[in-house]
Design a protein around this ligand. Structure first.
Ligand SMILES: [Mn+2]
Length: 259
């Protein structure tokens, strides 16, 4: 049984397709999505179709992001759509043919069924963040869904490793501090959609055009940084001497500029 966590998709259906094909999860495997399926990218409707389809052939846990909260607020809560549209909702609306009335019931059911967080014996999954000394189910919505992380929180009191999305990493690289990992690697803006294997911490990424890369180098560098305190970039520079690492180094080339 393999378990993967997947970051903010933001309408990038080609990236999701590429990852799904690469991982090809079976009936006993598990995909955990950290939320923000929709908005900004070109094909939010397609993304929801894919996740519903995936949930028919593998186990899927889908968390709620702030963008799904905005959509639900507009559809059911009388929220002014202007704010949502300016926050990337315009492209979601376009993907549904320009009208909220065209969102299929199956998609509304999907949005209604999203979870606030997911927790295992060793891990916590939540869209945006947490408070170190507060149980995740008692954490306020501002921390769980909305606040961008300018200073990363310390370890959670439970001792569990926390997986976050929401705060985009423009470098396209996973931010792995050991006690937390942020895997929103900025797919819609020219970065990557990340899937991390929860047992090996191996990373697979897809661009918004559906190109794949595997980045064992990133896992190694974050380990070095954590355990040896080396500035990871400098270490990478030293390691480019060997041919094997040169190949790996190519795999961590910078993504294109935000588009
Ligand atoms: Mn978000």
């Amino acid at each position: 049984m393999s378990r993967y966590v997947i970051g903010d998709v933001h309408g990038c259906s080609k990236a999701l397709d590429a990852l799904a094909e690469e991982l090809s999860p079976g009936r006993d495997d598990l995909l955990i999505f950290l939320g923000d399926f929709i908005d900004r990218g070109p094909d939010s409707r397609g993304v929801i179709d894919r996740v519903i389809e995936l949930s028919r052939r593998t186990r899927v846990v889908s968390l709620r992001g702030n963008h799904e909260i905005m959509l639900m607020g507009v559809v059911f809560g009388g929220l002014d759509p202007g704010w949502w549209k300016q926050s990337g909702g315009q492209s979601t609306l376009a993907s549904y043919g320009g009208s909220l009335n065209r969102i299929p019931d199956s998609h509304l059911d999907f949005f209604r069924g999203l979870r606030s967080h997911h927790e295992t014996d060793d891990e916590i999954f939540v869209h945006a963040g947490y408070v170190p000394d507060v149980a995740i189910e008692q954490t306020d919505d501002a921390n769980r869904y909305w606040n961008h992380q300018t200073v990363w929180p310390g370890p959670h009191i439970s001792g569990k490793r926390v997986y976050l999305g929401h705060t985009p990493q423009p470098s396209g690289e996973v931010l792995d501090l050991g006690h937390l990992a942020c895997i929103d690697t900025y797919c819609f803006g020219g970065g990557w959609l990340t899937a991390m294997d929860l047992d090996s911490h191996q990373v697979v990424q897809a661009s918004r055009h559906g190109h794949l890369r595997r980045v064992p180098m990133l896992v190694m560098l974050s380990w070095l940084k954590r355990n040896l305190g080396y500035p990871a970039k400098r270490m990478a520079g030293r390691l480019t001497m060997s041919r094997r690492i040169t190949v790996a180094d190519e795999a961590v080339s910078e993504p294109g500029q935000p588009g």
